[in-house]
Design a protein around this ligand. Structure first.
Ligand code: DGL
Length: 264
């Protein structure tokens, strides 16, 4: 039996899910959180489905040991490849994140949208099904963001290498006249300023962080698990790699946060 004062657990292949963690902490200011960055095993994007399931199981076990009441899979690659397995095998609510094709497909005026995501997400059955369901008759320009996650994990968010890759990946989308760009990887919101430099102001960016936070709130509310206490919440962030990048990503987000390196 879960209790409302237990923390929310969140995991990703690395620091990317902190883009979602920030949304959750902002929307749910009374909640304690446990964040797990499996950076040593990043990127997940080019691993097999079975490898992604195995890593997601390891992360889930860790989070459950910390006594979390709900688990947010803050990784599109892990959600699209492993969330069905997790839901079948663990008795805790899971919230996932997947590329927001639906709102992009509903709003496009040029009838063309771009999706930047990992190979693991773009080749998943869940992504194919969502795309077939919501983007019928729309040109969906799919692009794998190969190389972006390792650069972000290495703290090279503001590097020339990132700019070069973004130009290479996004320019062909502009040639196809996309008017919406879906960020299908939780690491990519950290690149929004650089992405904007390439796509300009005529293309809108859609990422799913805020809607994942809203969905987390909705499920906690439905299950009677929202924390109503008013004490300062605590946020424990764990990484199994050098924590420098993680600290950099949260440095302007001043919360009651503890960051720990852990060998897991
Ligand atoms: N942040 C992840 C995602 O949302 C995974 C990136 C990776 O490890 O390749 O897909």
């Amino acid at each position: 039996m879960m209790k409302s004062n237990q923390p929310i657990g969140i995991f990703d292949s690395g620091v990317g899910g902190l883009s979602i963690w920030k949304e959750i902490v902002t929307l749910l200011p009374n909640e304690d959180t446990i964040y797990l960055a499996d950076s040593r095993n990043a990127p997940y994007g080019q691993k097999s489905k079975q490898e992604i399931i195995d890593l997601s199981v390891k992360n889930t076990e860790f989070i459950l040991e910390k006594g979390c009441k709900i688990i947010v899979v803050a990784c599109n690659t892990a959600t699209t490849n492993a969330i069905d397995y997790l839901r079948e095998n663990y008795d805790v609510p899971f919230i996932g994140i997947e590329p927001a094709i639906k709102p992009a497909a509903l709003q496009t005026k040029t009838n063309a949208i771009g999706i930047l995501a990992t190979q693991g997400t773009l080749t998943s059955e869940l992504f194919h099904n969502t795309s077939a369901k919501f983007a019928e008759g729309i040109t969906v320009v799919e692009q794998e963001g190969e190389g972006l996650v390792p650069l972000i994990e290495n703290g090279k968010i503001n590097s020339q290498e990132i700019e070069t890759l973004l130009y290479k990946y996004l320019k062909p989308m502009l040639d196809k006249r996309i008017d919406y760009l879906v960020l299908g990887c939780s690491h990519y919101p950290f690149l929004i300023p650089q992405i904007k430099k390439v796509i300009g102001s005529n293309v809108s960016i859609i990422d799913s962080g805020e809607s994942v936070a809203k969905q987390t709130k909705a499920v906690l509310t439905k299950d009677g698990l929202l924390n109503s206490k008013t004490k300062t919440p605590s946020h424990q962030l764990y990484s199994n790699a050098d924590v420098t990048t993680l600290l950099g990503v949260i440095k302007d987000f001043d919360r009651n946060t503890t960051v720990k390196y852990l060998d897991f």
